[in-house]
Design a protein around this ligand. Structure first.
Ligand code: BDP
Length: 656
């Protein structure tokens, strides 16, 4: 059956206005029609077509331009029509020739999800853009209008599901009170093609209903979950499933009862299966054992390959430690041929300067996909960077990361260049066609080099996790919190001493390299072939180690830090030159944040180099600026809060 909706821009615009909540559209096809009416000046037919064999998945679409100027979008599903409409608007806005509008697009994944780490009290774990956009307190009676805008932004980049709450999940999210709020949100998100998912706390049966145990093999516990899942589907008939953080960082899980991760996941999978729901079981586990933290997820999960129910997907962070500015890929990817896997990327910048630093993350994710074959994954999840700030992502340029995530979840082979160009044309420039090429090129280069700049001034050459304790904002390679777990301390990771620096994960050290396929294991294991960007991840290298540049490791480290500082200094004139061409609301906040970033970059460089020089006992090479303050000054710096923006020009005045 074909349903056609003809849109005449002028007529619909007149009747469209800005609909209030009551008149919001009811299906993705209605949303598509309205979006086109508001953003595309031509006639478009939206047709459901289930007979097109090239449109292999429900979200796929075809766009064809007819001889009479009318464009026809077809898809097997209403959501696909919405994605097709968004494609059309994107092409039109980017000034593409209408001959290029024609397309057949099939998304790489059917699961393209955002993970909100939103707590029920309105705070957002590792969120730097304000409080939770869901405004839990007001639900279910009142839904914030921001949520409609947000849902449209997600749909426009192809995202198709949202996990509403923090992986450190409160059991209360499954209470009747919260399920009514979840239902209200699901009703709002549905017309935008967004399915609703929840993070659940494994101990919920005990916490919510006082069962004596949450043992996954206990009959009453299983019954509890079966009934609870039925209740969830009564509220949200198209509910997607559960995301679970179990036996990780103090969260309860099946191992508390002597059961395996597979036992726990399969119990939930059994409850969800009759409804078509899935379990996304996170592989982010590590304990304070002697084993190298980078090895633990693999050690725990690889032996379970084949033990999981078919509707369980293992959700694995991109790297083996924890969203560091740069990590090699997690060797669990590809190591479990009988277990569906999905990648978890972090859009919020927990370890990349929060919402103060400009870091365009598409190049980082692109690097991940150089190692992990996109086709080996069943889905992709991104930890959201969204909150209720006026600028939804905290940093106006961080919107580009939300955009990039969605576009890469649709097509992981899109280049960072292409994504940067799309985003700037759609969201940054007022009139893109009028922007001089030199400005466009400057902004493009700034965005594309920004992630590498952050790596350079924070943790170059494979250094990792040398952040300040807790909030992860500034440098604290010396940090030593008495009584704290060693694997939460920077020294565990950098291992600087008189001989050198870096974590020996070679066959002579922790042997984490053995978890990689042979071809890579050999490359990483040998200091002569290990890519220098991963050098100190895999090797404890002597300070005098000769780098490919001919410099010693110490000099190279100093130059990398200096390069990072210079790169950020260079962003400032690029941004100033773009000022006349930017949309309202961009210039001032980003200019102010670039100043903070430039200051923070110096802070990182000076603090780290002063500290590491106490081990290397080598001087700063010529060309590297002399630190402004002493090491003991930097060691006294304590940030009072998360996401701190320094109001003064003097680092020590405001950071102490
Ligand atoms: C770490 C965060 C922590 C999260 C944890 C996770 O610091 O807040 O709860 O990851 O992913 O990166 O579970």
């Amino acid at each position: 059956m074909k349903v056609a909706v003809y849109i005449v821009f002028a007529i619909l615009l007149a009747s469209c206005g800005n609909p209030g909540v009551a008149s919001r559209p009811g299906s993705p096809q209605d949303v598509a029609a309205r979006y086109l009416a508001e953003n595309y000046p031509g006639r478009v037919a939206l047709d459901i077509d289930t007979s097109d064999s090239e449109l292999a998945t429900p979200d796929a679409f075809r766009v064809v331009r007819g001889g009479d100027g009318e464009v026809r979008v077809t898809s097997p599903s209403a959501a696909g029509l919405l994605y097709g409409a968004c494609h059309l608007v994107r092409m039109h806005a980017s000034g593409a020739d209408s001959a290029d509008f024609d397309a057949v697009e099939v998304p790489a994944y059917s699961l393209r999800l955002l993970n909100h780490w939103d707590n029920l009290d309105g705070t957002v774990e590792r969120g730097y853009a304000g409080r939770s956009i869901w405004r839990w307190d007001a639900l279910p009676d009142s839904v914030s209008p921001d949520i409609y805008d947000y849902a449209m932004r997600c749909a426009a980049v192809g995202i198709n599901g949202i996990v509403l709450n923090n992986v450190n999940a409160s059991p209360r999210v499954l209470s009747a009170e919260y399920l009514s709020k979840v239902r209200a949100l699901a009703d709002v998100l549905r017309p935008y093609g967004l399915r609703t998912y929840l993070s659940v706390n494994f101990a919920s049966p005990a916490a919510l209903d006082s069962l004596p145990t949450a043992d996954p093999l206990d009959r009453d516990v299983r019954r509890w979950w079966d009934a609870k899942v039925d209740e969830v589907y009564d509220s949200v008939p198209d509910f997607g499933g559960f995301l679970v953080k179990a036996n990780s960082e103090g969260q309860p899980g099946p191992c508390d009862y002597g059961r395996s991760h597979a036992d726990g996941a399969n119990m939930l999978a059994g409850a969800l299966a009759p409804h078509g729901g899935i379990v996304m079981w996170r592989a982010f586990v590590y304990s304070a054992s002697d084993a190298d933290r980078a090895k633990q997820a693999y050690q725990e999960f690889e032996p379970l390959d084949g033990d999981f129910a078919p509707n369980v997907i293992l959700q694995i962070k991109n790297g083996p430690v924890d969203f560091q500015p740069r990590e090699p890929y997690s060797p669990l990817f590809g190591a479990m041929p009988h277990t569906p896997q999905m990648a978890e990327l972090q859009i919020t910048q927990e370890y990349l300067g929060h919402s103060n630093h400009l870091a365009f993350l598409a190049p980082m994710w692109n690097e991940f996909f150089q190692y992990v074959e996109p086709g080996s994954l069943s889905g992709i999840a991104g930890v959201s960077n969204v909150g209720d700030n006026a600028c939804m992502t905290g940093h106006p340029m961080a919107d580009a990361n939300l955009y990039a995530f969605g576009r890469m979840a649709w097509n992981p082979r899109l280049t960072p260049e292409r994504i940067a160009d799309e985003w700037t044309v759609l969201h940054l420039y007022g009139d893109a066609a009028a922007v001089p090429d030199s400005v466009k090129e400057g902004i493009r280069r700034m965005m594309l080099s920004s992630h590498e700049a952050v790596v350079d001034y924070m943790m170059p050459l494979g250094l990792h996790h040398i952040f300040a304790f807790g909030h992860h904002y500034g440098p604290e390679p010396w940090c030593d919190v008495p009584g704290s777990r060693p694997d939460w301390m920077p020294r565990y990771y950098h291992r600087a001493d008189r001989a050198g620096i870096g974590f020996d994960r070679t066959s002579h050290g922790s042997n984490a390299v053995e978890q990689y396929p042979d071809s890579l294991r050999c490359v990483f294991d040998d200091i002569a072939t290990c890519p220098e960007k991963f050098l100190l991840w895999f090797h404890h290298a002597p300070w005098t180690h000769r780098m490919s540049s001919g410099r010693t490791l110490w000099d190279e480290l100093c130059f990398a830090y200096q390069r990072g500082v210079r790169a950020v200094d260079g962003f400032i004139p690029v941004w100033d030159a773009a000022r006349p061409w930017l949309k309202d609301g961009f210039y001032e906040p980003v200019a102010a944040k670039l100043k903070v970033q430039a200051k923070d970059a110096r802070w990182w460089r000076d603090a780290c180099l002063l500290y590491f020089s106490t081990f290397s006992r080598m001087p700063l090479p010529e060309g590297v600026e002399v630190p402004e303050h002493s090491l003991s000054d930097y060691m006294r710096v304590k940030l009072p809060i998360d996401n701190y923006t320094c109001p003064s020009d003097s680092l020590l005045d405001c950071y102490r």
